[in-house]
Each structure stands twice: as structure tokens, then as C-alpha cells.
Design a protein around this ligand. Structure first.
Ligand code: H79
Length: 451
């Protein structure tokens, strides 16, 4: 059975439970290392996880959006070198000041777990070219070039193993502003005709990718950030490395062009992008808590925990995963604003995680009052806007509803409901079973058990 047929089978099985799968868009072409049934099997843990921690940490955490007296006009702190055209020789000096003595791998991993995140993806090398891991191919790495001298990736890989969090690496594969043969640095290396991209891949990037695949134990994901620079043969060569060293490691679509889904086990959407409706293939939103990925001391535009919870639910209701970013500071701590948002999200997840993990896209579209996620025999109604008249109207549920209850009610006391012949259900949420403890200001979940 090929991949499309297989997904169709899953969807039609869902349609047997609940009708109206009309809001799901069809897949494009995909070329990963695991197509068809193999892809379904390999991505199982990832599809069930739904929520992960993205970490952008690198030399850019030191300038944190400001180079001497110049504040970058752009939010992305990790783009500082590019935006201010900082010469390589000057940017390299940052390494001597990078000494994140407060870094504690267990603390970061425990924060991810507390927030309800099941996997972690961290920048091993961003576009600035600095390796945040012990690389033998260059001394421009955290072990050799900084006073810190430790390999934080090794510590994180171990902490994640201990805490049961899947661990993976982000790797900027096309762009490298430090390397004369890679994409992007036109201020130090203006002569494009002298650039030998294949040489950069063969002698540098591929060697580092092999290091990542062999030095840190089993990886969940290699998360490439590319811009479609590589040829099919070059992408195949990277997949070959993965196949050789870690055939179960997932790869995201940005191995190729980041706007399309030609490569990878799942699709990475654009930064912070959420599609209008559900997609019939795995996708992931790389999201930020403020506007920057890397730590930017001038970016105070933090989202609220309620906004993040609604974002998570919106994404999951459309069949996606949320890879939510933190940008640790140069001292090794995660900004307190991020910690506090993630802890609040974690409290909600403690109560409502059942309606997120292992669920699939909404089979009833996007109701006015919120969103819906689904599991075999259950619909989770995520009520963002609690209806003032105490009646929750759920359209087009073709299967017979057996029971309704508040997910946060330990006694699962039944709520009154009526279902009309066209499938519409009205749940009476005023009165029985509804108490202050079972209502949540961001998203209260009502469960419908269906035949
Ligand atoms: O790692 C994060 C970004 O740094 C990276 N992807 C996420 C996960 C990224 N690489 N490229 N891009 C994002 C898109 C580049 C957009 C740009 Fe711009 C538009 C570069 C210059 C103008 C965004 C807006 C960055 C600066 C201004």
C-alpha cells in the first residue's frame, strides 16, 4: 500500500467513526527515507507526541540583538551577523566571551517535560556557522573555541534519554555565513564564482552531519533548515548518511526547499505558519514565544500562556505538531518569561493532555466556539469561547453520541445532550457536572463518546 492510499485508509476509518472529513487538504509530492507504510511506522512516536521544544542557542545569545551600540532592526536575534554584516573575524571573537556556566541540561529537559513536551530539537549549527557541539572538522565549535569547553549537546542527549524526551538536532545545511563555500555571506566572501558548494558539503557539512549521527546516541529528528540550494543528488547523499547511521531518525522537509514538501518524513511549515485547515500528511509549526528564535534582549513581545494553549490546540486540530521555541541566554538560562509561559501551559496539559497526545485532526471542521481533536470513539471539544446560553452546539456528528462529560471532571459525570437526525448535537453545559474547577479560562474540554 503506498503512502497516499494508506493515509486514505486511516482517514476513511475515521470517517466511519465521524463523518465530514471535508476540511482536510491533500498531500503534495514527498521524497523521504521512509515512504508509505514505513513512514507511518517511523513517524508514529512523532505523530503521537504533538508538542515539542525547539531550542535556538548559539553565539548570537551574547550580542542578543545588539552589536556594540547598534540595535538590529530585525527581531530574529540569530540573524544579527547577517543583518549587520558583521565580518567573520569580528563575529568569531564572541566565542571567547561565551561561557554559559549556568547551563543545566537536566533543568532544560525537565522544563520541557513539565510543559508537556515530548521531544526536543536544538540548534547544533545555525546560519552563523558556529558548532554548538564537539566537531572535529573545525575548531569553530563550543568545546574548542569557548572558555566553557563542554559539549552541551552530549549533556542534553543524556538528560533527554533519562527523562524520556526524544532528542534531535537542528542543522543549518545550505546557509553558513562563516564558511567561504556555503550560502549567504556576501560581505566577507563577495566573489560567488569562487564558491564551491559541493566542497562545503563534502568536506564540512556532511562530516558534521555524520558527527551528529554518531556522537549522541539515537536521535529522534534531524531538523534541517535549508533554502532549496541542494540538488536532488546532494539531498539523497544526506539521506544516505542518515540511512547508514540512524535509519529511524526522522527528517523534516526543509532538507529541500522550505516552501515545498518534496523531501522528508513530514512537512515543516514556514516559521510560525499554521494552515487554514487540516492537512492529510504530517506537518509541524516551528513557533516562537516572542518574535525571535535566538535570545534577543530587545524583544519583549511575549505571547500569553492562553494564546499558546489555543495555538497548540489549533495546530493539533489540523493534524499538526507544535515545535515551540525557547531562546536561552548566554549564561545558559532560559529567559524567565519563557519558563513561566511553559509552566502555565504544562498545568493545562496536566489536566487536558489526553485531548492532545495521540489525537488526530478534527473530523467536524472548526466550530465557532473553538476546536476539535479526535481519537477512536471520542471527540474532544475544545471550548475557547464558552457559550453564554449554556448550550454547546456541535454540528454534523453523524455517529450516535453515547455520552458527554467534562474532561477535567474526575467523576466524568454525564452532561445532558440531544442529537438531532442530521447529526447536530447540543450539549447542555449549564448545571450538572460543570463547576469552577472544570472550567478553564483558555480552553475547557468537553468529551463526546461516540459509537
Ligand atoms: O531558525 C529560525 C530562523 O532563523 C530560520 N528558521 C527558523 C526556524 C530562518 N532561516 N531563514 N528564514 C528563517 C527566513 C528568512 C527570512 C528573512 Fe528575514 C527575511 C531573512 C531576511 C528577511 C526574517 C525577517 C529574518 C530577518 C527578517
Amino acid at each position: 500500500m503506498n503512502r497516499t492510499v494508506c493515509i486514505a485508509a486511516v482517514l476513511s476509518a475515521l470517517c466511519l467513526v465521524v463523518c465530514s472529513c471535508t476540511q482536510v487538504e491533500a498531500a503534495g509530492v514527498q521524497k523521504g527515507i521512509g515512504a508509505g507504510d514505513a513512514n507511518i511506522e517511523r513517524t508514529k512516536w512523532w505523530r503521537e507526541a504533538r508538542f515539542g521544544m525547539f531550542i535556538h542557542w548559539g553565539l548570537y545569545a551574547v550580542p542578543a540583538g545588539q552589536w556594540h551600540d547598534t540595535v538590529s532592526e530585525h527581531d530574529y536575534g540569530e540573524w544579527l551577523m547577517f543583518h549587520l554584516k558583521v565580518p567573520v573575524a569580528q563575529y568569531e571573537q564572541i566565542a571567547k566571551k561565551f561561557n554559559p556556566v549556568k547551563f543545566d541540561a537536566e533543568e532544560w529537559t525537565k522544563l520541557a517535560r513539565t510543559a508537556g513536551m515530548k521531544y526536543m530539537v536544538i540548534t547544533s549549527k545555525h546560519h552563523d556557522g558556529f558548532a554548538m557541539f564537539d566537531s572535529k572538522v573545525t575548531e569553530y565549535n563550543i568545546v574548542d573555541a569557548t572558555p566553557f569547553g563542554r559539549d552541551p549537546m552530549k549533556e542534553l542527549a543524556q538528560a533527554c534519554g533519562k527523562e524520556g524526551v526524544k532528542f534531535g538536532f537542528y542543522y543549518s545545511v545550505d546557509r553558513d555565513w562563516h564558511h567561504p563555500d556555503a550560502e549567504g555571506n556576501t560581505w566577507d566572501y563577495p566573489d560567488e564564482s569562487k564558491k564551491d558548494f559541493q566542497k562545503y558539503l563534502d568536506e564540512f557539512a556532511m562530516v558534521q552531519i555524520a558527527e551528529l549521527l554518531t556522537q549522541y546516541g539515537p536521535l529522534g529528528i534531524l531538523w534541517f533548515d535549508g533554502i532549496g540550494k541542494k540538488t536532488d543528488a546532494q539531498n539523497e547523499a544526506i539521506l544516505g548518511l542518515m540511512q547508514k547511521h540512524q535509519p529511524n531518525c526522522l527528517v523534516n522537509s526543509r532538507l529541500g526547499d522550505w516552501k515545498t514538501f518534496k523531501w522528508g518524513d513530514y512537512r515543516s511549515m514556514d516559521d510560525n505558519e499554521v494552515p487554514d485547515r487540516g492537512l492529510d500528511y504530517g506537518w509541524e509549526n516551528p513557533g516562537t514565544l516572542n518574535n525571535s528564535y535566538g535570545y534577543n534582549k530587545h524583544d519583549h513581545d511575549w505571547k500569553g500562556p492562553g494564546e499558546i494553549i489555543e495555538m497548540l490546540v489549533d495546530i493539533v486540530s489540523k493534524g499538526g505538531n507544535y515545535l515551540l521555541n525557547v531562546g536561552p541566554k548566554a549564561d545558559g538560562t532560559i529567559p524567565p518569561e519563557s519558563v513561566s509561559i511553559l509552566k502555565a501551559v504544562g498545568k493545562w496539559m496536566d489536566k487536558y493532555g489526553e485531548s492532545i497526545y495521540g489525537t488526530s485532526a478534527s473530523p467536524i471542521g472548526q466550530p465557532e466556539w473553538g476546536r476539535c481533536t479526535a481519537k477512536a470513539g471520542k471527540l474532544y471539544l475544545h471550548v475557547f469561547d464558552w457559550p453564554g446560553d449554556g448550550q454547546l452546539v456541535v454540528g454534523a456528528v453523524k455517529n450516535k453520541v453515547k455520552r458527554a462529560y467534562m474532561l477535567a471532571d474526575p467523576g466524568k459525570k454525564g452532561l445532558g445532550f440531544v442529537q438531532s437526525s442530521n447529526g447536530d448535537v447540543v450539549v447542555r453545559i449549564r448545571g450538572a457536572g460543570v463547576s469552577a474547577e472544570t472550567l478553564d479560562p483558555s480552553d475547557t474540554v468537553v468529551v463526546l463518546e461516540i459509537e
